[in-house]
Design a protein around this ligand. Structure first.
Ligand SMILES: [Fe+2]
Length: 259
């Protein structure tokens, strides 16, 4: 595995994205969002891997897996016009199937290819699956962290934007200030909230905040802190006591884990 391989995958992925471009300007915002997100997740993966002193080879695999992690989003949006898995299909699974059917990883060793497909398949699972191979577990966790860190940027950009924006980010939920007590309770308990309890955009913002409890690497917490997205998230939430306490729990947790 070399930097040249990485360059190949970057170019291949750019070409892949182009085949999903849409003429409608507003629809295309959703595709462009996922394309940019993929490259940023790849950058995050490199930053985390470097911070964790992971080997150069593993670092390259992490960057490729991160670049391709949301490949399923493109056929998902083409077919269903949504990023909501429950209204379409699981985009991790769809991504793994897409990679397999396109044979794009054929230049890599079987083990490298399996690791990447596994990370794509499980990057969005509620829990990290049990894996006997520690390399597989490490990679899945790293891609999940890199993904979350950029999703915080994406959603903050979306909520702070008053102009045209990629509407699919809010998953079609009603933009109301109400929130579920279950979502707040999960955060107070230092747990990831359940998507089933998300009924409004405010719930979704809180769910995203709760993702800090699923971060795995110290470098990830440091990167979150450096990027300041959680502080931005706090700024777009309603100013109630519940929310204030929940945000404090999240910030405390990040500070503890970043040390
Ligand atoms: Fe993603």
């Amino acid at each position: 595995m070399t930097d040249k391989d990485l360059e190949y995958f970057r170019n291949w992925f750019l070409g892949f994205c182009r085949t999903y471009y849409l003429e409608d300007r507003l629809e295309q915002l959703n595709i462009a969002l996922k394309e940019e997100h993929s490259f940023r997740v790849a950058d995050n993966a490199t930053a985390i891997a470097t911070g964790e002193s992971i080997s150069a080879d593993e670092c390259l695999i992490a960057e490729i897996a991160a670049l391709l992690h949301d490949i399923g989003r493109f056929p998902q949006y083409a077919k269903y016009r949504t990023f909501l898995d429950s209204a379409s299909e699981n985009h991790g699974q769809l991504g793994a199937e897409t990679l397999t059917s396109l044979s794009v990883l054929s230049a890599l060793s079987q083990k490298e290819s399996e690791l990447i497909i596994d990370a794509v398949r499980f990057h969005n699972a509620f829990l990290v699956p049990e894996r006997s191979d520690p390399d597989a577990t490490r990679l899945i966790k790293l891609v999940r962290d890199a993904d979350k860190i950029d999703i915080w940027r994406v959603v903050c950009d979306f909520y702070e934007c008053s102009g045209e924006r990629a509407a699919a980010v809010s998953l079609g939920l009603p933009d109301l200030p109400h929130y579920s007590k279950d979502v707040i309770a999960a955060i107070m308990d230092r747990k990831v909230a359940k998507l089933a309890n998300v009924k409004t955009v405010t719930d979704l913002k809180l769910l995203h905040l709760s993702w800090v409890f699923d971060l795995n690497y110290r470098s990830s917490f440091r990167l979150v802190d450096k990027k300041g997205s959680l502080r931005r998230m706090a700024g777009v939430l309603p100013g109630t006591d519940d929310v204030f306490r929940a945000v404090s729990v999240v910030q405390e947790y990040v500070s503890e884990k970043a040390v």
